[in-house]
Design a protein around this ligand. Structure first.
Ligand code: 9WN
Length: 441
């Protein structure tokens, strides 16, 4: 890609972030993931966005995280949506969740949802610190401001959601995975008996073509499960026993492990005690290989059945993101993907990863998390490859990501067949991560 192409991509990506920024009356602000379809602040989106902003507007990067953590619960949970504003464009909104009426941990204001998402904020906090004058008082003050919030966020996962103390975190809803309608959840969802019918009106399909979004049947399942969580007042102890959807999620756990490494770095700069963090960091590497299938890929576990969920999706590479695979294990994973035609006609050594293997029965190139290429997943794998020194492979991925963004625009996701952009146009995290990839060598 020429220098001019890169400059133009950077300018477009920055303008997407500027456009999706929402100024709040209290002087702070947050980024909508996209105009209309996602009017609030989302958890992992905001971490990716802060990383993008750290390259050109440190204040915005900090505000993004500050506004997210203003919705943190007393028990440490950072909810998946923070409702700083009101909007008629999204369902379910704050009136559905009623989090502050149901759980005394939830803040009165801002209102929030009652579940969480993969935690990328410790990574973002560290990136912001690196961009400030490292070692300066101001930079340390930033870490000090964030540390206890991040610590509580991680402590929540390791104490409330790590049921078997194995570093593999339990999620109670597909929305918590961030990969909402992934076929990873199909079997469990198919078997859930929806015995109450909720009356509700979807809003998403007013803004994005229905065929690119989850089906109505999936929405019924999401709302049924969210309603069940609400009935349990979002109490982890109750959900643990009775909730019909309980899955050990390898992707979320790998992201948590990666982010906990950054939490440790932050603690070390601040001279905080790292004993507990070190113990958390021991869990996943000691146990994740139990989630490995005979084909060398990694799978989630359905805790209600005590069985691995054998569907080939991009989550099967998660331990590469966590940085816990050796060079030969990483090679084995990519060899398996190539043999199974995961990336279609090209190999995964040379091409972007689709969300679901191209030869899987469930693969559907334009259906949300059931096939399309997502920038954040490829970015996470790129980071993992880069950190482990797989330079050649990382460089190919970087090149493919930038070419995709430059030639096809800044979309929510892309068809692996013709690389056309789908879902929401001018999508915030795709722009933010484009900026980060451009800034790397
Ligand atoms: C539900 C905001 C979010 C992302 C998720 C993505 C999608 C929401 C939705 O949008 O989920 O949380 O309404 O479909 O799946 O990863 O955080 O961009």
């Amino acid at each position: 890609m020429t220098e001019k192409d890169q400059q133009e991509l950077l300018a477009t990506a920055q303008s997407v972030l500027q456009n999706n920024w929402v100024e709040l009356e209290n002087g702070t602000g947050f980024s909508k993931p996209a105009t209309r379809v996602y009017p609030y602040q989302w958890n992992w989106d905001s971490g990716f966005t802060a990383i993008g902003y750290s390259h050109f507007n440190i204040e915005r990067a900090k505000q993004e995280l500050r506004s997210l953590f203003s919705g943190q619960w007393k028990n440490g949970m950072v909810p998946h949506i923070i409702f700083h504003t009101e909007s008629l464009d999204y369902f379910p909104d704050q009136s559905f969740w009623q989090a502050n009426k149901r759980n005394s941990s939830a803040p009165e204001k801002p209102q929030t949802s009652g579940m969480t998402q993969p935690p990328v904020q410790a990574i973002a906090t560290w990136r912001i610190y690196q961009k400030m004058r490292e070692g300066s008082q101001e930079a340390e003050e930033w870490l000090r401001e964030m540390y206890s919030k991040l610590y509580k966020q991680h402590e929540y996962f390791y104490t409330k959601r790590d049921r078997n103390k194995n570093g593999i975190i339990t999620i109670y809803h597909p929305w918590e995975s961030g990969m909402d309608n992934s076929p990873r959840w199909d079997d469990i969802l198919d078997k859930i008996e929806i015995n109450t019918k909720n009356k509700y009106q979807r809003q998403d399909t007013r803004f994005v073509d229905k065929r690119f979004r989850p089906s109505d049947a999936s929405y019924n399942e999401y709302i049924f499960l969210a309603e069940k969580m609400k009935q349990a007042n979002y109490e982890d102890e109750l959900l643990k026993e009775t909730h019909p959807f309980a899955v050990e999620d390898v992707l979320l756990s790998s992201i948590l492990h990666l982010a906990t490494g950054y939490l440790e770095k932050i603690a070390m700069v601040l001279g905080e005690n790292t004993v507990e963090i070190k113990q958390w960091l021991e869990r996943l590497p000691a146990n994740i290989f139990r989630n490995q299938g005979e084909d060398r890929l990694f799978y989630d576990k359905d805790l209600r059945k005590d069985q691995l969920i054998n569907v080939k999706t991009a989550a099967c590479l998660a331990p590469i993101i966590a940085g816990v695979t050796t060079a030969s294990q990483t090679e084995e994973i990519f060899d398996t993907l190539d043999k199974s035609g995961f990336c279609g006609e090209k190999t995964c050594h040379t091409s972007l990863l689709p969300s679901v293997g191209a030869k899987e029965d469930e693969f559907s190139p334009e259906a949300y998390w059931r096939g399309p290429i997502w920038i954040n997943i490829n970015w996470l794998v790129w980071l993992g490859l880069k950190a482990a020194g797989h330079d050649e492979h990382a460089n190919i991925l970087r090149h493919n990501l930038l070419t995709l963004l430059r030639e096809h625009g800044i979309w929510e996701y892309y068809s692996p067949e013709d690389l056309s952009g789908i879902g929401a146009n001018r999508f915030t995290w795709s722009a933010a991560l484009a900026i980060d990839i451009l800034a790397s060598e």
